[in-house]
Design a protein around this ligand. Structure first.
Ligand code: GRG
Length: 305
């Protein structure tokens, strides 16, 4: 990672895996720095660090940093937006794992927050991350006020009733009825796709991208989100991790439809490849500068987690 005395930031590695590792390090050290501030309550602070710093691929913040780098060499203005998005993602995972929702006891290979601590703490940690995300973004002095407001508004929409929360509700209600393929696509677009779409738009907003550039990234994100979800469903069937197997049984018990249950494994694999190719095509206007984003969506086909 290149970071000089003026605190500029750049993903300097030449391969995607190295850039992912650089980005992960940048994000985790910024989260650790933010969480190391004034200690309010030891149990809460321990649980916040546990909920945000124990594992995770950090895909969403990488998307923000990598899309920002399409437009500018110094990606430091996007750092706190990337951190805020990751915290909202962490919040959603912690709440999703609660007994009232998916009732999971493992997350990122570790006991879930409510197992490690207790339910009340896990609820508060999720709530605290949501508040903290907007505290960070509203106080981000690297960005003009109008840009901050635009980014905050877009994130409230993506994470709220029109986006992730709406998709989660559709998912819960979907357990009681059978869903069509279009309904699954719409549910997943809200539940998972909306944050990916935000991740691909935020850097472009920060860098002042043109309307065609924003549209290209929105289309990339849409195909990326679909490919992510289809490969997630495929992983449930073909993955070997104990956690994955457990998730499949729970989905089966809950009667949840997936891409694989609806169209079969082979067609799902084809649909994932089609989405990956479509995602890459959207990036044509950026030329070779978009190679990392093309590589990232390609990587979904071989993912193990
Ligand atoms: C926080 C506003 C707010 C609402 C919470 C509980 C809930 C509402 C939403 C749950 C949404 C949910 C669990 C979506 C699934 C997201 C998903 C695909 C998670 C896995 O993402 P990865 O693979 O995970 O990027 P890592 O661990 O690598 O970060």
């Amino acid at each position: 990672m290149a970071s000089d005395s003026k605190n500029t930031l750049h993903l300097s590695a030449s391969t995607l895996n190295e850039q992912l590792a650089q980005s992960q390090k940048i994000i985790e050290s910024r989260i650790a720095q933010i969480l190391s501030g004034q200690v309010q309550n030891n149990q809460l602070e321990d649980a916040l660090r546990y909920g945000a710093l124990e594992g995770g691929k950090r895909l969403r913040p990488f998307l923000i940093l990598a899309t920002t780098q399409l437009f500018t060499d110094d990606i430091s203005p996007a750092l706190d937006t990337a951190v805020a998005l990751e915290l909202i993602h962490c919040s959603s995972l912690i709440h999703d794992d609660l007994p009232a929702m998916d009732d999971d006891d493992l997350r990122r290979g570790q006991p879930t927050c409510h197992i490690k601590f207790d339910e009340a703490t896990a609820i508060l940690v999720g709530d605290a991350f949501l508040s903290l995300a907007f505290e960070i973004m509203s106080g981000d002095e690297k960005l003009p006020t109008a840009t901050r407001l635009k980014l905050i508004h877009a994130l409230t929409v993506a994470s709220g009733r029109y986006g992730m929360i709406g998709g989660q509700m559709d998912d819960i209600e979907g357990e009681k009825k059978s869903l069509t393929l279009d309904e699954i696509i719409s549910l997943q677009q809200k539940k998972t796709g909306a944050l990916f779409e935000y991740a691909c738009q935020a850097g472009a907003i920060i860098a002042g991208a043109t309307a065609p550039e924003l549209a290209a990234l929105k289309n990339y994100a849409e195909h990326f989100g679909l490919a992510f979800q289809i490969t997630d469903d495929i992983l449930d069937v073909t993955g070997t991790e104990a956690e994955v197997g457990k998730r499949l049984n729970k989905d089966e018990q809950a009667g949840k439809e997936t891409f694989v249950s609806l169209i079969g494994l082979e067609a799902a694999q084809q649909a994932a490849s089609d989405s990956i190719n479509a995602a890459k095509q959207q990036l044509a206007i950026f030329g070779d500068r978009a190679n990392m984003l093309k590589g990232l969506v390609e990587k979904l086909n071989n993912r193990k987690s």
